[in-house]
Ligand binder design. Sequence first.
Ligand SMILES: Cc1ncc(COP(=O)(O)O)c(C=O)c1O
Length: 436
Amino acid sequence: MKRDGENSGSLLPGFEPHEDYARKLDAADPLARFRDRFHIPKRADGRDAVYLAGNSLGLQPKTVRPLIEQELQDWADLAVDAHFQAKTPWYTYHEVLRESAARLVGADPGEVVMMNSLTANLHLMMVSFYRPTPERHKIVIENAAFPSDTYAVKSQLRHHGFDPEDALIVVKPRDGEHTLRTEAIEQLLAERGSEIALVMMAGVNFLTGQVFDMKRVTDAARRVGCAVGWDLAHAVGNVPLSLHDWNVDFAVWCSYKYLNSGPGAVAGCFVHETHGRNLDLNRFAGWWGNDPKERFKMHLLPDFVPRAGADGWQLSNPPILAMAPIRASLNIFDEVGMAALRAKSVRLTAYLRYLIEQTPSDHVEIITPRDADGCGCQLSILAHDRPKERFAAIEQQGIVCDFREPNVIRAAAVPLYNTYRDAWTFAQALAHCASA
Ligand SMILES: Cc1ncc(COP(=O)(O)O)c(C=O)c1O
């Protein structure tokens, strides 16, 4: 197994490579009981699949169905009156999610709102926080950013009359490395900060699984006067976040990965309170961002007066049936707590890496940083040759993980529902497929 030069931290000590040992770790796992809160997909023979794709689509909490059924019942029984008389009144439904979501991203409740989808929120945020001038108009993004982010920032550049060829700065790894060095981002910002209007990066890169040092990058960007926004699709519910204290301007995330809120689930958005208080900030407006007490004055109040906080960026009334799953999921996060989840995640991922490295192979290489701070639930494995064949061989073992072109196999051991034995099974399958 080759290692990426940058990542030389040490693993947690004391692991053993045998299946019995994996079972012992599961028996001693204080979070093991949470697995039963989720529907685990089955293999053809009826056994649980080894599901390592929670970085793509999280599993369904068993409490989702009753919460959706409650809303269906309230709709059937109360119809329009459910806006104020439902068990959880629809008029303020999004507010029920606020405190739990804020806890996950390290924000004050007023800094967070659940709305729209990630890319839509990213555009809304850039309307407010990408305010280019002829001298300072560039946007920084990381190499191998998720395509939707690249499309969004390029289209914003074009919208403001700039050519992305010139105005988009992509931070790349050094030759021979797969992940980014924080120093390289800091150096770029120190040298070219006055040209840069916005730093918009993923907190965790979708391809490599690298967790960026969001605090250091934010500090470096703020020092030179750039706005900073984070795409937290792969970070929220995965790694600890302190958006408020880090002084991040905005962040956006989706809820269908580690937040287990279902396909296309309603996304989240963070706006730092310093901006939330600024009602003059440029934004695209809709009636749900208006003061709720004035909302039903309708045509009598044609002028938009934004509500303070992240709520002031809402456009439309919330999709209640789509929000119920988020409630189910956030309740579980509140119960278990991010600190306990992260503690298990660090151990589980270290164990997965340890097991993979028991069988060295020149055909595959883990490219996710080795140090715990640079790594969340996901390990990305580069297949140097016959990548699709190797991935197919893993899938044939009843393992659900995924493949990203041209040659990256991604596997995420999610602490809420994955077991140490899942890690063991994956490592066995990888060793088998990487042996020739
Ligand atoms: C890092 C990242 N950014 C953006 C998106 C796009 O999200 P949405 O379809 O909710 O706009 C995804 C989707 O997987 C993603 O992984």
